[in-house]
Design a protein. Structure first.
Length: 372
């Protein structure tokens, strides 16, 4: 388990995770198929058949989404971009690519790979539907899967960020203007427009007594708008922090502890009231590791007086660190790529500070205060 996600394995080296919200959409889709779609299309099935075929169809559909995201991932890897993971959640799936594509053509092909995969799947399921025409129980799932994959591909081609179509649109604008910032702003604003449009359509559906569909459409609109706003804010963040160094935002109050220190003593003396995000572990005047509040919190309270720092610390050889004169934006990308919230900062071989998301936020507030 990783944060709020459950690991279910790897495909072509890409970890696959389930967000807890995925279970809700699995139940809702299965219920919709078993109670509405299949009973309307096939009136003489047993109740068990509706639910069994509905559940199987739901699982195959979510496998289709994984394949859609793998389409993105395979092309991303062709451009030497690391795919951290694929996550299934209530709105579908997302492939987390750790860096922006190096050029507009890369963005285009990575983005379009997902819808192309869904169109191919729609064609395959259509062929299987026709091939098993004589057996309703086999043909029915393929008929639905052909339809829903086609709809998924078309929906994803809507030119609003962060949908695949929005990324394709951004790639085209980026290629024309040669300016990724301008392209991102335009694509994100188009994404906000479509988000608002979906919300309005959803509200209209609610007033037409189509409550469930209306709420769902409005919810999708809210998600699109929220994702577009997040992208606009990220763009503003990049502009604000561009040119600034790690040394400007780091904290020098990182605290020193020793391997044999008691966990409870560390909590009392270093974390309570100090708001520290990381402690360096020293032995014989050399840094041998570091420890964070998350590691401390993983120890049950009744065991903390018996555990020592050396039982929990991350060894120095495994520490991901950054130089004080590195670009601040590069440090944030390093955190994102590795899923961490802080970085020890060095000058040569000497540890001189800690950079965390908290210290970056404080630095941003200071920039705003002085009117940067």
């Amino acid at each position: 388990m990783k944060d709020n996600h459950i690991s279910i394995g790897k495909i072509i080296g890409v970890p696959i995770y389930l967000d807890y919200s995925w279970f809700l959409i699995l139940v809702l889709l299965t219920w919709m198929l078993a109670q509405n779609y299949f009973p309307q299309e096939y009136k003489d099935w047993t109740k068990f058949s509706y639910w069994f075929v509905g559940l199987v169809t739901s699982f195959i559909f979510f496998l289709s989404i994984v394949l859609h995201e793998l389409g993105h991932s395979i092309i991303a890897k062709k451009y030497k971009l690391r795919v951290r993971r694929i996550t299934l959640f209530i709105f579908g799936g997302v492939a987390e690519i750790t860096k922006e594509p190096p050029k507009s053509s890369a963005e285009f092909w990575i983005a379009i790979a997902g819808p192309i995969t869904s169109f191919l799947l729609a064609g395959i399921f259509y062929f299987l539907d026709k091939a098993f025409k004589g057996n309703e129980y086999l043909a029915a799932p393929f008929h639905y899967l052909s339809y829903i994959n086609f709809i998924l591909a078309v929906f994803n081609l809507i030119p609003g960020f962060p949908l695949d179509g929005g990324r394709v649109f951004r790639a085209i604008v980026w290629g024309i203007t040669k300016n990724i910032k301008k392209a991102t702003t335009i694509a994100a604003n188009v994404g906000r427009f479509f988000g608002f449009l979906f919300i309005m359509i959803g509200i209209f559906q609610i007033f037409q007594n189509n409550f469930i569909d209306g709420v769902w459409i409005a919810f999708i609109g809210w998600f699109l708008d929220n994702a577009a706003v997040s992208q606009i804010r990220r763009q503003a963040l990049d502009e604000l922090l561009s040119g600034h160094l790690v040394s400007e935002a780091m904290s020098t109050d990182f605290g020193i502890v020793y391997p044999d220190s008691n966990i409870q003593e560390i909590i009392d003396n270093h974390f309570i009231g100090a708001n520290r995000r990381c402690l360096l572990v020293k032995e014989n005047n050399s840094v041998v590791g570091f420890i964070t509040p998350n590691q401390i919190n993983s120890v049950p309270k009744e065991e903390r007086q018996f555990k020592t720092i050396k039982d929990l610390m991350i060894p120095e050889t495994n520490i991901i660190k950054i130089n004080a004169d590195a670009q601040l934006l590069n440090a944030l990308k390093l955190m994102d790529e590795n899923g961490i919230a802080q970085l020890p900062v060095t000058e040569g071989e000497t540890y001189v500070g800690i950079l965390s998301r908290d210290t970056v936020i404080k630095f941003m507030f200071e920039l705003h205060r002085i009117g940067h």
